[in-house]
Ligand binder design. Structure first.
Ligand code: ADP
Ligand code: MN
Ligand code: MN
Ligand code: MN
Ligand code: MN
Length: 389
């Protein structure tokens, strides 16, 4: 990881920082790898264990050789890692566990190799600090008869080696600068408006190969800002699929020598920010007359705005303070709002729901760097378990 995007020169500035040195790895001759990737593995299988890092925003991985091809998650053994190295444990109690929870195909080293999402546990087998999956799973098991579905829209910004949005000219001339700031790039096509489509398309294919429930991609408001969508997935699955899709994104970006940031606002002077809109429905909402259930749910959510905001980013709401300004298709951090087909509210009820009297709704508040386990657990607690306060 090189360069702190928050420390990057913000507006229209030219100098390329010395961070470039940190990115030397990007200049390896990437094509060379192909020669080795074709070598036979002698019947062995590589399994890459992936888990959430100490920040709760990124991922770690390490790879193990098995002498058989696992056919299901049960056939992948638990493993351990040194938590001091990842900053997840003290050195006098450093061994931590990796418990496999979801297996995918490996789009980087190809079949029969696997990626496996893991829960990280401490040495006494309690969840690691940033392992929010265990409680989420408990809640999802409790409400499984309601068949909760989620679809999450992951926005992100590509950064170049200078820590600035990838592809932006070094000297944004006045006037042109406005084009970058006003966010006219949503769903755009053309070299002057979108940067890094190769990365986006590679990520999309890699996710499909892996078996991720990725349902689409689009260019976003700011040039070099993009979005992919995962879902609909039931219960705990949405978190599992989104986290692995994020791993694949960071890994594809390594290949291209680019960084993807999920920080909601890496360019503080620019208007647009990255979110992770969370679309949600229960079986009743999807049935005839479901609009009533949707309205009930949004009413319950309206009474717990502060609780939801506190878990919709990894810093108790601090990230969303920067993002939810009430401008540029965001709602205000400070108040709960809802509306039909309105993009400046916290909860948007799609136009289609009104027409059909059923469907799903969109919680637009979660930040791009949110933990999907925390977000989906909170939505279920409020709307199905009727928790208050
Ligand atoms: P937007 O119009 O807000 O940009 P997108 O097309 O980007 O919407 O994303 C829509 C999301 O809604 C997708 O992630 C999709 O999986 C999800 N979705 C679709 N149907 C449902 C449903 N019935 N319940 C929950 N989520 C759903
Ligand atoms: Mn070692
Ligand atoms: Mn979208
Ligand atoms: Mn979007
Ligand atoms: Mn949306």
């Amino acid at each position: 990881i090189g360069g702190n995007p928050r420390a990057a020169p913000s507006k229209g500035i030219g100098s390329v920082s010395t961070n470039a040195a940190v990115f030397l790895g990007s200049y390896l001759i990437k094509g060379m790898r192909e020669k080795y990737m074709k070598l036979s593995q002698g019947g062995k299988v590589q399994v890459t264990y992936v888990w959430i890092d100490k920040t709760g925003e990124g991922v770690c991985c390490k790879t193990k050789t098995l002498d058989y091809e696992p056919q299901s998650i049960e056939e992948i053994p638990e493993w351990t890692f040194n938590g001091t190295g990842t900053g997840q444990a003290e050195s006098d109690n450093c061994g931590m566990y990796l418990v496999p929870v979801k297996m995918f195909r490996d789009p980087f080293s190809l079949d029969p190799n696997k990626l496996v999402l893991c829960e990280a546990l401490t040495s006494n087998r309690t969840p690691a600090e940033t392992n929010l999956r265990q409680t989420c799973k408990k809640i999802m098991d409790l409400v499984k008869d309601h068949r909760p579905w989620f679809g999450m829209e992951q926005e992100y910004i590509l950064l170049g080696i200078d820590g600035r949005p990838y592809g932006w000219p070094n000297n944004l001339i006045p006037g042109l600068e406005d084009d970058y700031a006003t966010g006219l790039a949503s769903c755009c096509v053309g070299i002057e408006k979108v940067f890094g489509r190769d990365i986006v398309e590679s990520h999309y294919k890699a996710c499909l190969y892996a078996g991720i429930e990725i349902c689409g991609i689009n260019g976003e408001a700011m040039p070099s800002q993009w979005e992919f969508q995962v879902g609909p997935c039931e219960g705990i699955e949405i978190g599992d699929h989104l986290w692995m899709a994020r791993f694949i994104l960071h890994r594809v970006c390594e290949d291209f020598g680019i960084k993807a940031t999920l920080d909601p606002k890496p360019m503080p002077d620019y208007k647009y920010a990255s979110g992770c809109h969370t679309n949600y429905s229960t079986e009743n909402m999807r049935k005839k007359g479901g609009l009533n259930d949707i309205e009930d749910a949004t009413e319950k959510l309206g009474k717990r705005h502060n609780y939801h905001i506190s878990v919709y980013d990894p810093h108790g709401g601090k990230d969303n303070v920067r993002r939810l300004t009430g401008e540029f298709a965001t709602s205000s951090f400070h108040e709960f709002t809802t509306g039909i087909n309105n993009c400046s509210v916290g909860i948007r009820i799609p136009h289609q729901d009104e027409q059909e009297g059923k469907g799903y709704f969109e919680d637009r508040r979660p930040s791009a760097n949110c933990d999907p386990y925390a977000v989906t657990e909170a939505i279920v607690r409020t709307t199905i378990l009727n928790e208050t306060g």
